[in-house]
Ligand binder design. Structure first.
Ligand code: TXA
Ligand code: MG
Length: 342
């Protein structure tokens, strides 16, 4: 057996023993626990400092497991699972009565997905059941897209509670899965991701509500069912501002004038920026998939650069860029504090 196969066997044993295992998916790294074991689930909330009413996504080895986690599964949900799994799509369904409350945050629904990463799939097959896994970061902080990020966020073993971190390289997608609520007549996107509303409409030949295209209702604002729906999330500690590309030179000049160190994430070729010891520059891709792939690593790197301000060139405002713009807005809203949004 090679090294990674050994590690996966060990990781499955640890999960069975009620321990936490961080593992790669195609979106971001997850912090996994046996989704049937309330004691193991409680460790996730402790490790992340996550409020207990935030439900967890259950990762499945394949769609044949759906019936042990959800009931009244609509045909449209099965169709999406068949078309998109393994892949970055989470389905919200009616929960099965046997699912622990900690998974669902006490709600009568459950989020499930089958991730598209060979290490995650091997672990799920070895474990043979659902693995509950939020992103492996402190609550409100930037999601990890490498094993090193997980190590920085949560550490391995001991007091920090994470028994093992499986390394599967950098995540291909780089931002969290699309979440679609399948429990009402018209499916509704709760969190935009790599699989767009248009793709879902095409697959279903039916309407799909894109809640991010409309204002949230008062009730939605007050019940944070999706932690990504809190205004502040995915946040660096350094204040982050969005800035139109053409206004960047003026914004940078103003920051320098005030003696600030400024980090800039902008595509090439923007108006040429002066070489200055207090400007740190990272090139952003003009392609949205590549931008998403790089985004969290870039934010981590710029956040670690000890600047007073991170300026991000605002990407195009269209459907393709929706998920990226959503994460950037939230990063800006939550930036500049030590605690993020609790
Ligand atoms: O790509 C992903 O989805 C990653 C990887 C690890 O799979 N996971 C992830 O988990 O992003 P987390 O916990 O960071 O975000 C999951 C979101 C949370 O905002 C949670 O509130 C929402 O899914 N969620 C889970 N179950 C739900 C439910 N029954 N109803 C509504 N939202 C739910
Ligand atoms: Mg998360």
């Amino acid at each position: 057996m090679n090294d990674i196969a050994n590690k996966i066997t060990r990781a499955a044993q640890l999960l069975r023993a009620g321990e936490l295992v961080a593992f790669p998916t195609e979106t971001v790294y997850g912090l996994g626990a046996d989704a049937r074991n309330p004691i193991a689930l409680a460790k996730i909330f402790a490790a992340k400092d996550r409020p207990a009413d935030h439900p967890l996504i259950v990762h499945l080895p394949d769609a044949t497991h759906l019936g042990t986690w959800a009931i009244d599964i609509p045909a449209a949900a099965r169709m999406l699972a068949a078309a998109c799994w393994p892949g970055p799509l989470t389905l919200i369904l009616q929960r099965h009565p046997a699912v622990p409350d900690l998974v669902t945050g006490g709600q009568n629904t459950i989020g499930v997905r089958m991730p598209n990463h060979p290490v995650a799939l091997a672990l799920l097959h070895e474990f043979g059941s659902g693995i509950a896994a939020p992103s492996a970061n402190k609550f409100g902080r930037i999601s990890p897209t490498t094993a090193a990020h997980v190590q920085q966020e949560l550490g391995e073993s001991g007091e920090k509670n994470v028994a093992m971190i499986l390394d599967g390289g950098a995540c291909a997608v780089g931002i969290e899965s699309t979440i679609v609520d399948m429990t009402s007549a018209t499916p509704r996107i709760l969190r935009p991701g790599a699989i767009s509303a248009d793709t879902l409409r095409r697959l279903l030949h039916a309407p799909v509500h894109d809640s991010h295209a409309t204002q949230p209702t008062e009730r939605e604002k007050n019940t944070p069912r999706v932690s990504g729906s809190l205004a502040a999330h995915y946040a660096p500690r350094t204040p982050l501002q969005m800035c139109a590309v053409e206004s960047l030179p003026a914004a940078i000049a103003a920051a320098l004038q005030e003696g600030q160190r400024v980090a800039v994430l902008a595509p090439e070729p923007v108006p040429p920026l002066p070489a200055h010891p207090r400007i740190i520059r990272r090139i952003a891709s003009a392609d949205f998939s590549q931008f998403a792939h790089d985004l969290y690593a870039a934010l981590r790197e710029l956040d670690a650069a000890n600047c007073d301000l991170i300026l991000v060139a605002t990407p195009p405002d269209n459907e393709a860029w929706r998920a990226v713009n959503d994460r950037l807005r939230r990063a800006a809203a939550g930036s500049g504090t030590d605690s993020g949004n609790r």
